[in-house]
Design a protein around this ligand. Structure first.
Ligand code: ADP
Length: 477
């Protein structure tokens, strides 16, 4: 098996190889990938630093062309890359192809943004002086990504970083080096000068930590757990570095008495259980008013009975495996915690056996949960959802907002009054009306509040807040 190497200063390097295992079939080795050391990370940072002066002054047409070429190749190879994604991460093939298309769209969008980075010209308050406000690249950007969106999250961080003239050291999650390697290979062949984009696959505690400790990394964008996010923050403050964090969610989906039942059930099933519940925007708290509660639980349970849990690559699979043994243990531990806390297991809760050895878990629904239970407060990151019964809209809104997180918040209602009030008062970065809490567009801002996020928003034109720094220039006429 050929080893996929790290890219440092334009060279593919690496010796120690790690096996990438398919969670639908642990006998299937997706590929072998190099594991970088702390010294590799330092070399990558040095290469990115050396490449910065030239790349930061490169022509916008050159950057546009490289990003556009990358978008085109990803799109042309969507089935192959989607298959790789489904094989290494475990989301279903249609979901994985969808995510691959989205990565292509993101590269295409930021190809365009290279041509649209605008500044401002203002008169000074003093006579005969002009003021120009321009945006400049920040420097070496460290990109640390999680395993749950192996191609889209790297795309939405790498594309704006490069578009606006930064150089990059990219460390993907250990579980999903395949998609990371594939997009770096595409960008490299698309013509990036050496050192502009460096790939260091490896352990967070080694490679990631070396990035956190380097004074030469000017900005770090991170998506992952709250615990690691706090380390990124502390280390970045130490180095007076710009940082951006996307962490967990415990997203509420409110269902009011006047909801369209079909819309509510589809949205809850989709955002609770699709992608095996492994999305930071997943709805894990269904907050349901008394009048519709029993009907909603019955209809949702019926829907769950029809969902097929199986190999991510099999046609007809609705829910693929959990990503690995560690995450599966976390999910089953929380199912046990929910039982002990007194929530009622209305559906699922058990592991399922399929033809191949994999990490298959039934979609699991708790009812009679309270918002104070650990299963309602802590992010599980699996196909485990609790239903919380409430009296009315006011209690539903208060319950939805009573969480340390604030990423996405949804409501199912046919009432314009409640929808409008909810949009204004939900304490979240994103609000969904009659739509799943998960599932966002690539051209508008993404991000949350409270414990979910820190720093400027990602994606869309707002991405330039993080990936550029503002300069104010005064000129005597
Ligand atoms: P998850 O639970 O989703 O794996 P993590 O926060 O552990 O969340 O991982 C997200 C990313 O952060 C991964 O790429 C991981 O390797 C990286 N990471 C983990 N520990 C550290 C660390 N100490 N410093 C920097 N990056 C880290």
């Amino acid at each position: 098996m050929t080893m996929h190497k790290n890219l440092i200063a334009g060279e593919w390097v690496g010796s120690e190889a790690i096996k990438n295992i398919n969670p639908s079939n642990t006998n299937d080795v997706v590929g072998e990938y190099a594991r970088a050391s702390a010294d590799d990370a330092k070399a990558a940072i040095a290469a990115a630093k050396a490449a910065f002066p030239a790349w930061s002054r490169s022509g916008i047409l050159e950057r546009h062309a490289i990003l556009k070429k990358t978008a085109d190749e990803i799109l042309a190879r969507k089935d192959e890359l989607g298959t790789l994604l489904a094989r290494e991460e475990g989301k279903t093939l249609p979901e994985a192809i969808g995510e691959t298309i989205r990565a292509a769209q993101i590269f295409e969008f930021f190809a365009g943004e290279t041509l649209r980075l605008a500044g401002e010209v203002l008169p000074s308050v003093r006579p005969n002086i002009g003021v120009e406000i321009t945006r400049e690249p920040v420097g070496v950007v460290g990109i640390i990504t999680p395993w749950n969106f192996p191609i889209a999250i790297p795309a939405w961080k790498i594309a704006p970083a490069l578009a606006f003239g930064n150089t990059v050291v990219f460390k993907p999650a250990e579980l999903v080096p395949g998609c990371a390697w594939a997009i770096v290979d595409i960008l490299h062949r698309a013509g990036l000068p050496k050192g502009v984009l460096n790939l260091v696959m490896g352990k967070g505690s080694v490679v990631g930590q070396a990035m956190l400790e380097s004074p030469d990394v000017a900005a770090i964008t991170f998506t992952g757990s709250t615990g690691t996010g706090k380390r990124v923050a502390a280390a970045s403050i130490e180095h007076n570095r710009k940082f951006q964090l996307e962490m967990g969610g415990k997203n509420p989906f409110v269902v009011l008495d006047d909801a369209d039942l079909t819309v509510a059930v589809e949205a809850a099933a989709n955002s609770g259980f699709f992608s095996t519940g492994q999305r930071c925007t997943a709805s894990s708290r269904l907050i349901v008013t008394e009048g519709i509660h029993d009907k909603f639980v019955t209809a949702l349970t019926e829907k769950l009975k029809g969902l097929v849990v199986d190999d991510a690559l099999k046609a007809g699979t609705h829910i693929g495996p959990v990503v690995d043994a560690g995450q599966l243990k976390q999910d089953t531990d929380y199912i046990e915690i929910g039982r002990k806390e007194g929530a009622k297991l209305a559906f699922g809760g058990d592991l399922v056996k399929r033809d191949n050895p994999g990490f298959f878990l039934q979609p699991t629904l708790f009812t009679e949960a309270t918002n104070a239970m650990r299963i309602s407060r802590e992010e599980i990151f699996g196909p485990v959802v609790s239903v919380i019964r409430v009296k009315d809209y006011e209690e539903a809104l208060a319950t939805a907002n009573d969480t340390p997180f604030g990423l996405s918040s949804g409501i199912a209602t046919t009432s314009l009054k409640h929808a409008t009030h909810f949009k204004r008062n939900a304490e979240a970065g994103m609000v969904m009306v009659n739509l799943p809490t998960a599932g966002v567009d690539f051209h508008v801002p993404f991000g949350g509040r409270k414990g979910s996020s820190y720093g400027p928003r990602e994606q869309g034109k707002y991405a330039n807040e993080f990936y550029t720094t503002v300069k104010t220039a005064y000129t005597l006429a």
